[in-house]
Design a protein around this ligand. Structure first.
Ligand code: LLP
Length: 463
């Protein structure tokens, strides 16, 4: 049976009960600017280009799968965050979303700071020339060696995550003859994801020191007593892929409440608060993220209002967006290998990557979009599930989407908004070689993280 015998007719709605798309988009060739990097467009031949480079050229020159990063878009988004928050606030890009030396250089040039959460992320940042005093070091179980390295390098702040760490960092700083600037990460009892937030008892997690039961206040008491530490502020991170600002509102209210307690008890007004990251992006056309200037305005108004009510000087605000900067700036380019139509169900389209380059669909049930990018097509929409080549049936890249029914092996398809938490969470499952990251700009493409080779893997396997 030919593939075109499986059009996206009404019966497809039945199998989409848990899926994303209720109906095929009006034009399968159009590329929604909400989910695609800024310079993505189609050329006169219908081939998608990014940074002026056709994807067919990228595939030919660098192979697939590949992450393709739009440098101009990355810089523009970084700059938009920097500008929106202005000189009285700091933007720390969360390196966990995606970190490479090229990205560190772009961030340094665009005036952003950097949040790292391991000694190796720190090493990457330092090796690319990010000034240490613009780096924040996070983590719930930093090793003594990592702390020594961070203090020794002179990082701008270490975010203390536990009672043990307060003592550890103080001790290490003192032994190195330093006074380390620190924040204390607290859990404020707010958890926010996508459009929802819950403000009850979300202290039940490994990160941070609970505000509840006076624990955060006790942590502050201890930190203020230690000579090796300079306590500069309180940190709160409430979740991921957040669209609704009300979770931040509650968090800010509670953080400022603690600042007030600290002022009342110790006579000290801490100069900074960090509200973490977690701002959402569009993975599909249904998502409506806010612009950085709206977020900056909302956060600054919330904090100012809360501080006025508490009669506190408004502290310097910092934020840590990762996904919101890098997420939309990259797509993953795949080649279609096999196509398996299942009458009355859907069509499985297998690509040359999968859960090893994007674990988010399998892990979080994440939704993605997909498009045919090596050509246009007037064929009818076909309901597909884009899957990888791994030995696992949960190896799904895009759960439900529409592609043209004349899709064929050898076509290139691309999944947009894969800049965050895809390369950084990539694995070698089935000894997959992790794809390269290609940066494109002004008609030129370059490899910023090269593709792994068989030799790379075999070198680790010492027999
Ligand atoms: N700051 C702190 C303290 C964080 O824990 C995180 C993320 C961020 C900032 C950055 O959050 P973003 O703006 O990128 O959402 N692997 C998951 C996301 C885990 C986020 C962990 N912490 C995913 O793929 O959705």
């Amino acid at each position: 049976m030919s593939r075109s015998a499986h059009p996206a007719g009404p019966r497809h709605a039945d199998v989409l009960s848990e899926g994303h798309y209720a109906a095929p988009p009006a034009d399968l060739n159009s590329l929604d600017p909400k989910v695609w990097a800024q310079t993505v467009t189609r050329d006169a031949d219908g081939v998608v280009t990014v940074g002026g480079v056709p994807v067919t050229r990228l595939a030919e020159e660098f192979g697939t799968p590949a992450y393709v990063l739009d440098e101009a878009d990355f810089r523009a988004r970084a700059r938009a965050w920097r500008t929106a928050f202005g000189q009285d606030a700091d933007v720390f890009y969360a390196g966990k979303a995606f970190l490479s030396r090229a990205v560190v250089r772009w961030l340094a040039e665009e005036g952003l700071n950097l949040d790292v959460c391991s000694g190796t992320e720190l090493a990457t940042a330092l090796s690319a020339g990010m000034p240490a005093d613009r780096i924040a070091f996070h983590g719930n179980n930093k090793s003594a060696a990592e702390i020594e390295r961070a203090v020794g390098a002179g990082v701008g702040r270490i975010v203390l995550d536990s009672f043990q760490e307060i003592v550890r960092v103080a001790h290490i700083a003192q032994s190195l003859g330093r006074r380390q600037r620190v924040q204390i990460r607290i859990t404020v009892g707010v958890e926010a994801h996508t459009h929802e937030f819950i403000a009850t008892a979300h202290e039940d997690q490994k990160f941070g020191i609970p505000l509840a039961g006076g624990q955060a206040a006790e942590a502050v008491r201890r930190a203020l007593k230690l000579d090796g530490l300079e306590l500069i502020g309180i940190h709160s991170h409430i979740g991921s892929q957040i669209f609704d600002m009300s979770g931040f509102e509650v968090a800010a209210h509670r953080v400022v409440g603690l600042l007030r307690e600290i002022r009342d008890e110790h006579g000290v007004e801490l100069p900074e608060i960090d509200l973490g990251g977690g701002l959402g992006i569009a993975y599909t056309s249904d998502d409506d993220p806010r612009e950085p200037h709206e977020i900056a305005k909302a956060l600054s108004e919330i904090v100012t209002r809360e501080c006025e009510a508490a009669r506190l000087r408004t502290p310097r605000i910092s934020v840590e967006p990762g996904r919101a900067i890098v997420g939309p700036t990259a797509f993953t380019l795949y080649e279609v290998g096999t196509i398996k139509p299942l009458e009355g169900l859907r069509t499985y389209v297998s690509v040359d990557g999968g859960m090893s380059d994007n674990i988010r669909t399998a892990l979080y049930d994440a939704e993605y979009s997909v498009a045919l990018v090596s050509r246009t097509s007037d064929a009818e929409p076909l309901l597909v599930r884009v899957v990888g080549k791994h030995c696992e049936s949960g190896d799904i890249v895009v759960k439900d989407a529409f592609l043209p029914a004349d899709l064929a092996p050898g076509d290139l398809i691309a999944v947009p908004a894969t800049g965050a938490y895809c390369r950084s969470m990539a694995s070698n499952y089935n000894h997959a070689l992790r794809p390269p990251v290609l940066a494109v700009r002004d008609g030129a493409a370059r490899v910023v993280v090269r593709r792994e080779t068989e030799d790379d893997l075999l070198r680790l396997d010492v027999g």
